[in-house]
Design a protein around this ligand. Structure first.
Ligand code: G1P
Length: 277
């Protein structure tokens, strides 16, 4: 039912400098696959075959990754090395890729609004590829959320319990639990100061948004750090009673931090990666 997924990929990746000086952080490989490809595979698995990138300067290699590399294809055609192209060929067969450039970095809300021409007026997924989400025991996080959307027809944020002292790094919700792992959001705040978080339920980088969010973002003034925050726009929807939060099944690695990235690499190498040859 949800056909499109937006990937804001214009950010600088300062925490990974110097690696990200001339290379997008989304192209950093976890074992043998760029971070962004994990997110794209998760979206396609959820039936969201139109992948829309909100990209920026210096991010061309993302567009190139989701295209044929003619010379490479030609060189290795018919050799034993072709198996290594298997996963990206699958993605290219199933996905349609659209892009728009975000010229100025004015926050996640602004990045999502920049994607409006690619989305139009339908509900859509959002993936922050920094957050690598894996669920080997069943459907991926976006597929879980798409299923919920078909029941509730509201915006949905994925959440995770975090230690209270970590809550200031996230958007944090205050919510009423409707049933196991499913909440109706009453309040939400972007990166609350230490000790002021309304709960330990942190938003992670998976959203399903209803298209009225675009007009709401347009009317949302800059918030935390002077940026237009998606959390603030979602709060406007929540006040109308239509934002759900979902404690997803699976694991999430914060690949925007060096520690999380190393954890993800170890985990994928030990539990997920299989040499295709
Ligand atoms: C963004 C959102 C924040 C959310 C986080 C999840 O923050 O603004 O609400 O909790 O992603 O990763 P960022 O990490 O981009 O600063």
């Amino acid at each position: 039912m949800i056909k499109k997924c937006l990937f804001p990929v214009a950010g600088y990746g300062t925490r990974f400098l110097p690696a990200t000086k001339s290379m997008p952080k989304e192209m950093l490989p976890v074992v043998n696959k760029p971070l962004v490809q994990y997110g794209v595979e998760e979206a396609i698995e959820a039936g969201m075959n139109t992948i829309s990138f909100v990209t920026g300067r210096g991010k061309r290699s993302i567009a190139d990754h989701f295209d044929i590399s003619y010379e490479l294809e030609h060189q290795i055609a018919g050799t034993s090395k072709e198996v290594y192209l298997g996963s990206i060929r699958n993605v290219l067969e199933q996905g349609v890729f659209t892009m728009v450039r975000q010229r100025e970095m004015k926050g996640l809300g602004h990045a999502i609004l920049t994607g409006e021409p690619l989305i139009g007026s339908e509900p859509f997924g959002v993936v922050l590829s920094d957050d690598l989400c894996l669920n080997e025991d069943g459907p991926g996080v976006l597929a879980q959320m798409a299923e919920l959307y078909s029941q509730f027809r509201c915006s949905i944020v994925a959440i995770q319990e975090v230690p209270m002292e970590e809550a200031h790094k996230y958007g944090v919700i205050k919510a009423e639990e409707l049933k196991d792992g499913l909440y109706r959001v009453d309040d939400m705040v972007e990166k609350p100061p230490q000790g002021e978080a309304p709960s330990n339920l942190a938003i992670i980088g998976r959203y399903i948004l209803t298209p009225d969010i675009f007009d709401i973002i347009r009317a949302t003034p800059p918030g935390k750090n002077g940026e237009v925050q998606i959390t603030d726009a979602l709060l406007t929807q929540a006040k109308k009673g239509c934002v759900m939060a979902y404690k997803f099944k699976g694991r999430r690695f914060d690949c925007g931090s060096v520690t999380g990235f190393v954890e993800a690499t170890n985990y994928v190498f030990e539990n997920v990666y299989a040499d295709p040859a």
